[in-house]
Design a binder for this molecule. Sequence first.
Ligand SMILES: [Fe+2]
Length: 276
Amino acid sequence: MSLKTANLAPRIGSEVESEAETLLSGVHAQEIRNLLEERGVLVFHDIDFSDEQMAEFAQTLGNIQGGTTYNGSIFKVTFDPEHNPLGETYLMGAQEWHIDRTDIDVPPLGSMLTPRVLAKTGGQTDFANTYAAYEDLPDEDKRFLEGLKVEHRVEAPIRRQTRNPTEEQVKAWQSKEPKIHPLVWQHRSGRKSLVLGGTACRILGMDEKESDALIERLMKWSEQPDYTYRHEWRLGDLVIWDNTGTMHRMVPFDKASGRRLHRVTLEGEEPIAAVA
Ligand SMILES: [Fe+2]
């Protein structure tokens, strides 16, 4: 039996009806992976997974980061230093659209989140479908973008969003090397997606003005309502996104709220740049 789904926005996001036990059984794993690529973001309500169950479910979909014990695979997304001592150093940049880990060749396939503490206001997560955004570009644009390369700097959005950083923080950011990626990801499946976000600093071989203007234009294009979905968190939710075909960002919230989401990350399976 196939899963019952409902679209959340025209070109991104599906709400999926299922129960915790069914998800854990792995019986729908392949269907969920296919849906994930097709819709970019999958939302499950009232799943109420523990950390251990979330890691167990993630392993039905692929390899998880941090090994096979669930303890090592749970990353706590929060500014609360008790739960995440590095939140203050790295999390602010997540307020800008981004693909996770553009500092490496093979970014994660995707991640899943379940909320533990909610902010009273703000703290939603936005998603944008970079497959759909690319596919809907005029042919002339597609031809123009072919072969272009972009320098990504993980520190760029963090710097823009962090006021008065400490010396230690600046040092930590600078340790991340810039990385060159193609602007258009040619996936093994044959589909293509844009590789953009706040980490995209400049297009190689273009002057600064032209490069800034093109990145801005493509970002605006990708942010159109048809390609985006804002998730309003409810306790018990489970949300999965395809990190290779979407961008995401967190909506600002009061850091003292203790907002905390638990994340499990699926290891990447394919490099952005096609290996010759
Ligand atoms: Fe992220």
